[in-house]
Design a protein around this ligand. Sequence first.
Ligand code: SAH
Ligand code: AVI
Length: 319
Amino acid sequence: MTTLEQRCLSGIAAEVLEGLSRPHRALPPKLFYDEEGSALFEQITCLPEYYPTRTEAAILTANADEICSRIGRDVSVSELGAGTATKTRILLNSLVRLQPSVDYFPLDVSHAALQLAKNELNADFETVNVYPHVGDFEDLSFLGAHASPRLVLYIGSSIGNLEQSDAIGLLKSVAHHLSPGDHLLLGVDLVKDRDVLVAAYDDQAGITAAFNKNLLSRINRELGGNFDTDAFQHVALWNESVARVEMHLESTQAQQVRIDALDQTLTFCRGERIHTENSYKYTVGRLENMMRSGGFEVEHTWTDPQSWFAVSLGVITES
Ligand code: SAH
Ligand code: AVI
C-alpha cells in the first residue's frame, strides 16, 4: 500500500496499518481509549496495584491550595489527556474558592471520557465552565485561543507514554502557545522497585490485560478484524536499562488474522509480540530537566512520602 493510500484510510486505520506492518509490530497507546478502553482505564485507576492515581491524588490534595496560590488569580485551566477529569476536581475545588468562575478546557482523544467529565463537572461545580475539545496532542492551538493567565495540566504521568524526545517536543509545543507568567503542572511516575511497577501493569483481577486486549477488540469492531483475543496474552515487563514499563500482546500460537478494512491478512508466529505501550518512569532530576528543556522554569516539585510520584509546577518566563 502506498503512502497516499494510507493517508486516505479513515479513523484509526492508517495508524493500525503502519504499526502492524513494522518488522517489530507496535500500536500507538492512544488507540486504547475508545469508549470501552476509557471505561477500563477508569477501573485501572481504582485497582489496589495501580498506585499512580491515588498517589498523585494525595499529592494534589495536600498541595492544591499552595499550587493555586502560586498560579495567580483569574486563571483559566486547560488539560491535556484529561480523561474523566477526576483528579482535576481536587484543583478546581481550591480554585473556585479563589476566583468567581473558572473556564476549563479539557483535551482528549476520547469523546466518551470527555462527555463524562463535562456532565459530572457541570453537576458538581456551579462556577466551572467546561469547554471540552476532542482531539490529539498534535494540535494544541486551543491553548492559545483564550486569554492569560493560564494553567495547563498534564497529569497522570501520561507524558510517560511518550518517547523522551517526543515528550520534550510536546512541552515545547505547549510553551509555544503560552505567554510569560502562564504555568504548567506536570505529574510523572517515579522509578521504584521492579515488583511494585510490574504489579501495577499486571493486576490480579486482569483489568489491565483486558485494557491491553481491548486494542484487538477495537480493531475487530472498527476495522472488521477477526483477532481471537484468547490467542494473545498480556505481557507487562520492566525494562530497567531505559526506565520504562512495557506492555505487549503476545501471540500464544502460530495464527493468521484478517483485517478487512485494511485488506490485510497478517501472519503471527507463536511468541510474536505487538508492542502496545511504554510507560517511562522518571527521577525528580530528570523530570525537572525535561521541564527546562521544554521551555519552563521549575517553580516547585512535590512528591509523596515514599517518593513514588512527583508533580512539578513550571512557569513561562520572559525570554
Ligand atoms: N489525566 C487522566 C487520564 C489519563 S489516561 C488521569 O490522570 O487519570 C490518558 C488520557 O490521555 C486518556 O483519556 C486518553 O484518551 C488521552 N490521550 C492519550 N493519547 C492522547 C493523544 N495523543 N491526544 C489526546 N489525548 C490522548
Ligand atoms: C495513561 N497512562 C499514564 C497509563 C500508564 O500508567 O502508563 C496507562 C496505563 N497503562 C496500563 N495501565 C495504565
